[in-house]
Design a protein around this ligand. Structure first.
Ligand SMILES: Nc1nc2c(c(=O)[nH]1)N[C@H]1C(S)=C(S)[C@@H](COP(=O)(O)OP(=O)(O)OC[C@H]3O[C@@H](n4cnc5c(=O)[nH]c(N)nc54)[C@H](O)[C@@H]3O)O[C@H]1N2
Ligand SMILES: Nc1nc2c(c(=O)[nH]1)N[C@H]1C(S)=C(S)[C@@H](COP(=O)(O)OP(=O)(O)OC[C@H]3O[C@@H](n4cnc5c(=O)[nH]c(N)nc54)[C@H](O)[C@@H]3O)O[C@H]1N2
Ligand code: SF4
Ligand SMILES: [Mo]
Length: 897
């Protein structure tokens, strides 16, 4: 056992921007990694969500990328970095610095990110470095800059607890920032007077906490906040002194808002006027108001305007920078903020300085002592991949992101990855949709260290900088991303500026730059942490920026004005309301996309966890039951969604939380986990004109039955090398893999299907060819290899029960018959699909607890443990509880059980 691994190490969760503190240790006997929430961390005070709690299950060396490769052939680091340096240098020599590009990620540590940005902007001399944060936070950055003159998040998480009204817009906080959701839920329980409003076209689990849900027509947020501004201007909530002293542009912005009466807003947004009026009334009467926003706001062609329409309502009321109030952009990735701080976007410079400002460029160039500095913005993510098609980009290095899955018009992105003359990809796993392209002749794959192996810092949504610390050794030949970047920089001739020995030195340079020439006014400054020794860096506790050289800090920004525009005033931004898109008969549905509770992005990590994969096992499309019945789509059948850009096949999940005419498909599934479910192949590449952020939540699609002749479900110990069917999806389960599949034509005999899926000749089974009903079971000596069920309609066998059987000893003849019958024996009730991932509690178990009289979350927890560990499932459990009236009745007239 490595000496590193025997102690408890304080680190930070690698998933969302909440940035929870994690205590990690390795069990000396089993080598299992034990994960607990860090009670001392100011983001979570010991809480973790389901993803954080199950981090241990996502580690391990299987499927890791362990060696560099050139053209798919294993190579040494020296050869691989030679090849990258040569390809980059050659392109620069022949076609100039703008012919090369880096596409990086908000999941890099600040130290990795700093080095990447320094190399590109200061030494290569191009700003062609962009990041997946373009898909994520770019509209918030642009909105902040327009309003404040800087990319500043004014408040802190504590504001969420201190607020009397929280407006959540375009955010599914319960699933995407679960620990913040829990902090709000706890505060609301203590202070029931606190109100929550949710603005989201669909009813999500977040709605469980909401006193009011406004299911607006997609992309009409600008209208609702413009109307709110008008309303506030006419209410006692207006703060004339603050507006007068600290802002500019209100008159023009208000005159743009003048026609947006409650009735007009309600009509534009498809809401009841009384609901809009109630929302406006609550905001007007509640001084302590926080507006939390995320991708329903950012990922839109009017994303930046949405951000500014929100900020306008906080400026007019002076509800900013004061405990319990403010606009609050919650960031997605663990280091979305750190990336912004080092200038990771193509239009920014390090230390929150401006690429467009000559004084700022000179400051950074002087500090770096660099031969050059990029003097014009580089290509933004969507444009960058388009520039490959135009032949402008000759060499591209992708680090810690999976653009073949996550960028809009993903088939065209794939074509670009297949076409770019030179491609390098750094990743931690051995196979992704993007990495596949790096196996082309002459292209390079680099193995990176992942969470638990790497060391550095990340910044969360409330400007809190925390350490990620290693507690595992680097596997195989994996190296840290900053090291790979320094290796290449050195080979390109920039060795002196990239001679960092460790992340401490990188952090130190970053901290010093932030305090260099303080007379150039900026918000970001961590020079108070410059000059740390290795020991001090290693033990550095979380701290919030700014932390200046003199030790001073700013907890919250802008209560007293002091904005970062030249006149120190904030700007009201006029945000014209765009017309709602007309109905398009050819593509009648609006395609909304986003996340599920237990998967992270392209599933390269959460997909390794059986517990996390149990919650949502398959790609799906949420669809209103009325639309489904009109189209003849049965629940759980397979549907084909098509757009002008592509087409996918996913499972239909009927839900009246969805608006008729809209569908929702998660972004997670990809070619590694399903036959044809990359939702971004459908998504249009339209972007916000200000921020360049793609409009990922509003494409146009058709929905139709996928018309399958038969459906299959199997659990197997070994994943089959291929599944030759029109539809398939694979998920990790305890002891093996769960497979769903279907095909267009029925074979005469399903034995060949059984052979391919069960990967064995030793199987027993029965089949009824006329009804396409068949069951098979394969075993080897004492153990079950897999079971397979085929039916004409979607297979109705209990998934949990079939999965459990895989880990049990080979059943006796009676149990085999029960297995083949596809029904749990009567003494083993079907516990239903997983709701609580921590304790693997199924929906049916929770339903029986409710049936037996448990009518509160706590009572259900006592009865079956569900919801008692991380709490991420509590909103789903709450949704299963009967409405209050029924609950009361049950209390009044207890039923004899
Ligand atoms: N479980 C999980 N958590 C995550 C992630 C993950 O992959 N999995 N990823 C992290 C990352 S990087 C990010 S960026 C965040 C994202 O966090 P969120 O933004 O909360 O998540 P999304 O599901 O992308 O979208 C949020 C909501 O926007 C709604 N929406 C769509 N269109 C509109 C609209 O026009 N107006 C309004 N008001 N709402 C609209 C959608 O219906 C959806 O419920 O999550 C982070 N946390
Ligand atoms: N339709 C639609 N598309 C979307 C979104 C949406 O809501 N809808 N959301 C967008 C948003 S907000 C985001 S943030 C993106 C996310 O999209 P991506 O960034 O493409 O998704 P990830 O799966 O997080 O990709 C990270 C990759 O880096 C690898 N990796 C993990 N750790 C490390 C490391 O330390 N070093 C290296 N080198 N590699 C590592 C992982 O294995 C994985 O392959 O998706 C965007 N795309
Ligand atoms: S809320 Fe969950 S995913 Fe986000 S940082 Fe905390 S534990 Fe990780
Ligand atoms: Mo994101």
């Amino acid at each position: 056992m490595d000496a590193l691994a025997s102690r408890t190490i304080k680190t930070t969760c690698p998933y969302c921007g909440v940035g929870c503190g994690v205590n990690a240790s390795v069990d000396a006997l089993t080598s299992d990694v034990i994960i607990e929430g860090d009670k001392d961390h100011p983001a979570n005070f010991g809480r973790l969500c389901s993803k954080g709690s199950q981090l241990g299950e996502t580690l391990g060396l299987h499927d890791r990328l362990l060696h560099p490769a050139i053209g798919g052939r294993q190579a040494s680091w020296d050869e691989a970095t030679d090849r990258i340096a040569e390809a980059f240098s050659q392109a620069i020599e022949q076609h100039g610095p703008d012919s090369v590009a880096l596409y990086v990620s908000g999941q890099l540590l600040t130290e990795d990110y700093y080095v990447a940005n320094k190399l590109m902007k200061g030494f290569i001399g191009s700003a062609n470095i962009d990041t997946n944060s373009r898909l994520c936070m770019a509209s918030s950055v642009a909105g902040h800059k327009r309003a404040f003159g800087s990319d500043t998040v004014p408040g802190t998480y504590e504001d969420l607890e201190l607020a009397d009204l929280i407006v959540l817009t375009g955010s599914n906080l319960a699933w995407c920032h679960p620990v913040l959701f829990q902090r709000i839920a706890a505060a609301k329980q203590k202070r029931p007077g606190m109100r929550v409003v949710l603005i989201d076209p669909r009813r999500t689990p977040t709605a469980e906490l909401a006193d009011l849900h406004l299911p607006l027509t997609p992309d009409t947020d600008v209208a609702i906040f413009t109307g709110l501004l008008r309303h506030l201007a006419r209410s006692p909530a207006i703060a004339p002194d603050y507006v007068e002293t600290n802002t500019s542009g209100l008159d023009e912005t208000l005159s743009n808002a003048s026609s947006w009466t409650i009735e007009k807003v309600a009509e534009q947004c498809g809401l009841k006027p009384s609901d809009v009026a109630l929302f406006y009334q609550w905001v007007a009467e509640t001084e302590r108001t926080v507006t939390v926003y995320s991708q329903g706001v950012n990922q839109s062609a009017s994303g930046t305007d949405k951000v500014n329409a929100i900020i306008n309502t906080h400026l007019i009321t002076a509800r900013i920078g004061t405990p319990g109030m403010g606009p609050f952009s919650v960031t997605g990735q663990p280091n979305a903020m750190g990336g912004r701080e080092v200038g990771g976007l193509a239009n920014m410079l390090a230390s929150h300085l401006e690429l467009a400002n000559p004084e700022h460029r000179e400051l950074v160039q002087t500090f770096w002592g660099s031969p050059t500095i990029a003097n014009k913005p580089g290509l933004k993510a969507v444009d960058l991949f388009e520039a490959i098609h135009a032949g402008q980009i000759k060499a591209l290095w992708v680090v810690a992101t999976n653009p073949s899955v996550s960028l809009p018009d993903a088939n065209r992105v794939d074509a670009a990855l297949a076409k770019v003359p030179f491609l390098a990809v750094s990743d931690i796993v051995s196979s992704t949709d993007t990495l596949r392209h790096a196996a082309r002749t002459g292209c390079v794959a680099l193995p990176a260290t992942g969470w638990g192996e790497k060391d550095g810092t990340v910044t969360n949504s409330e400007r809190m900088i925390s350490r990620q610390r290693a507690f595992l050794p680097a596997p195989g030949e994996a190296r840290h991303d900053w090291q790979a970047l320094c290796n290449v920089a050195t080979k390109m001739g920039f060795g002196e500026a990239f001679s960092f020995e460790n992340p401490t030195e990188v952090f130190d340079e970053h901290a010093r730059l932030s305090g260099f020439k303080p007379e150039v006014r900026r918000d970001f400054d961590i020079s108070g942490r410059a000059g740390l020794s290795q020991v001090a860096y290693d033990s550095m506790p979380p701290f919030r920026w700014p932390l200046r050289a003199n030790g001073s800090q700013t907890e919250r920004f802008f209560a007293g004005g002091a904005f970062f525009h030249a006149d120190s005033r904030a700007k009201f931004v006029t945000t014209p309301v765009k017309a709602v898109e007309k109905h398009q008969p050819k593509y009648p549905f609006t395609l909304n996309t986003g996340r599920v509770r237990d998967h992270w992005h392209t599933m390269t990590r959460t997909g390794r966890s059986p517990r996390l994969s149990a919650h949502m096992g398959e790609p799906y499309c949420e669809l209103h039951p009325d639309d489904a019945s009109r189209l003849g789509i049965e629940p759980a059948s397979l549907v084909r969604l098509s757009s002008p850009h592509g087409s996918i096949i996913v499972r239909a999940l009927l839900s009246d939380g969805q608006q008729p005419g809209s569908v929702f498909v998660p972004m997670h599934w990809n070619d590694e986990t399903a036959s044809n479910a990359r939702v971004d192949t459908l998504v249009k590449p339209d972007t916000d004109p200000m921020s360049g952020q793609p409009a990922l939540k509003s494409s146009r699609v058709t929905v139709a039955n996928a018309d399958m002749a038969w459906h299959g479900f199997a659990v197997v110990k070994k994943r089959p090398p291929s599944l030759p069917f029109a539809y398939w999806s694979v998920s990790k389960c305890a002891g093996g893999f769960a497979l769903e599949f279907a095909d267009k034509t029925s074979p005469d005999d399903f034995s060949a299907v059984a052979q391919a899926v069960l990967q064995s000749d030793c199987f027993v089974g029965l089949q009824d060819r006329a009804s396409a009903d068949a069951r098979f079971l394969a075993y080897e000596s004492e153990s079950l290899l897999g079971t397979l069920f085929i039916a004409q309609d979607p297979v109705k066998v209990s998934r949990r029960w079939a999965i459990q059987a895989l880990s049990k000893p080979l059943p006796d003849a009676a149990a085999r018959v029960a297995l083949l019958a596809g029904r749990p024996p009567t003494d083993q009730p079907d516990t239903g699909p997983t709701v609580c991932a921590c304790f693997s509690v199924g929906r049916n178990t929770i339903a029986s607890a409710i049936g037996a009289g448990a009518v509160t979350l706590d009572a259900i927890g006592s009865a079956c443990q569900a919801g008692t560990n991380c709490g991420s499932c509590r909103s789903e459990i709450a949704a299963m509880l009967p409405p209050l009236a029924v609950v009361k009745e049950t209390f009044d007239e207890p039923q004899a059980v």
